[in-house]
Design a protein around this ligand. Structure first.
Ligand SMILES: Nc1ncnc2c1ncn2[C@@H]1O[C@H](COP(=O)(O)OP(=O)(O)OP(=O)(O)O)[C@@H](O)[C@H]1O
Length: 229
């Protein structure tokens, strides 16, 4: 079963009198274990598509199916619960909780899922080790570099044992060394854990390392390239 399927997704924003078309008939299937970049010019619909796949926004037409569940068939409450258990989110601005330490930020999702304290503490330690931050577990976000904060964000995304990780411009605020390190880490998690990653990016160095590159132009898929591993 595919992890992500979209069928004829369209999205028209209606902020004022003039409707703004953002997506126009997007059909996309992403299988488990893919490492896919969504690219395209500014305004081509990348964030809108990721928000719809992540159940953060609803399409005007068409449907998004995640691991066999059609998101449009869920109530708002069910959708919140579905996101918590099925999708890991990474944002360009990291979105860590400032007053919590690295380990508390990672544990938070598992606490919300109602997992026992012992389990989430051990799991958070293991995840922070996996992203190379075992010596920073008690640091708050303000005490970490941008690259380190984004590593915590990836560890947090993985904590929910998601079906896939969705990342909107994850390297937008990182320097080139941190970008390369983050990509190495994501590729390693992809290889070792078969974790599916879908991310939007403008960064050519990130695009070069994707295994599949889906290009959006004016809200439509213009190109879909699969690269040899
Ligand atoms: N909340 C909104 N209200 C109105 N129009 C919006 C809204 N969000 C996005 N749009 C419009 O929808 C279109 C697609 O925007 P989107 O942010 O998905 O593109 P993008 O490819 O992610 O762009 P960027 O690379 O600049 O982040 C654009 O024309 C944008 O102005």
């Amino acid at each position: 079963m595919a992890v992500i399927e979209t069928y004829g997704i369209s999205k028209i924003y209606n902020p004022g009198k003039v409707p703004v078309p953002a997506l126009n008939g997007v059909n996309l299937t992403i299988e488990k274990g893919e490492f896919t970049a969504i690219v395209g010019p500014s305004g081509s619909g990348k964030t809108t598509l990721l928000n719809i796949i992540g159940g953060l926004d609803k399409p005007t037409g068409g449907k998004a199916v995640i691991q066999g569940t059609e998101l449009g068939g869920l109530s708002d409450r069910e959708l919140v619960d579905f996101r918590l258990h099925h999708i890991g989110f990474v944002f360009q601005s990291y979105n860590l909780i400032p007053v919590l330490t690295a380990i508390e930020n990672v544990s938070f999702v598992m606490q919300m899922q109602g997992r026992p304290a012992k389990e989430y503490h051990q799991k958070s330690m293991a995840l922070l080790k996996e992203v190379g931050l075992e010596d920073k577990i008690h640091k708050r976000p303000s005490e970490l570099s941008g690259g380190q904060q984004q590593r915590v964000a990836v560890a947090r995304a993985l904590a929910s044992k998601p079906d896939f990780v969705l990342a909107d411009e994850p390297t937008a605020n990182l320097d080139s060394v941190s970008t390369a390190d983050l990509l190495d880490m994501m590729l390693e998690l992809n290889k070792i854990e078969d974790m599916t990653f879908v991310f939007s990016t403008h960064d050519q160095r990130v695009i070069e390392r994707a295994r599949r590159v889906v290009t959006l132009v004016d809200g439509k898929i213009d190109k879909d390239e699969i690269r040899a591993a």
